[in-house]
Design a protein around this ligand. Sequence first.
Ligand SMILES: CC(=O)[C@@H](O)[C@H](O)COP(=O)(O)O
Ligand SMILES: NCC(=O)COP(=O)(O)O
Length: 249
Amino acid sequence: MTLLSVNLNKIAVLRNSRGGHEPDIARAATTCIEAGCGGITVHPRPDQRHIRPDDVRTLAALLRGRVEYNIEGNPFAAARGDYPGLIALCREVRPAQVTLVPDSDGQITSDHGFDLASEAERERLRPLIGELRELGCRVSLFVDPAAQGLEHATAIGAQRVEIYTGPYAEAFEDGHAAEQLALCVETARRAQQVGLAVNAGHDLSQANLGTLRAAIPGLAEVSIGHALIGEALYEGLANTVRKYLQILR
Ligand SMILES: CC(=O)[C@@H](O)[C@H](O)COP(=O)(O)O
Ligand SMILES: NCC(=O)COP(=O)(O)O
């Protein structure tokens, strides 16, 4: 069973474009939950272009005891304005899972994972992972499709990795996904071999998800936002979530 976690960033993009409360994040989350999703993902960023700290708090209250809450983001990005930083938000709301992502300020979206072959990178992450685990959060690290150094991830406390599927999705669209898919599959295999559970995400869609899912045995979770919310414009949010769940059955 692969859990579907719906990323609501793009609902917040639309809302923020006008100010006000619509479309409403809580209503969108409730719709996804009632349609059967297993989790909700948000990726707050210091520039608050989409998910804001208050959204993180609202969703925490709404999701508790219902579905998994996955908060993604860069733990090293500085607090800015009323954005207190990723770790501070996690201290407040204690999500089920925190996915650490090494994206920089102002980056249009995530485009690479942590370099776990680098001891310096690992030592920066180690205390943060320790604190998050003490808070009761499961910790996942965003990694490249051809990630190296996975064998060190459990030693610093990580329990999962999320494989960055952007290159796979791009290759799929161009009709030659085999090479990128093989990288994801091999990374998943090596991660599982060292005791890490495997998540995947970025630019997954109804078109490319089934192939990825079939190729990675034991895929624990996919987090999907951009394509899913786009598809929902045509098909409705609940229907779209159900279609993803069909693919994951
Ligand atoms: C880690 C990842 O791939 C997603 O969280 C992606 O970065 C979505 O974030 P945006 O919606 O800000 O692009
Ligand atoms: N972790 C990936 C995610 O949450 C959603 O990414 P995308 O589907 O918006 O590209």
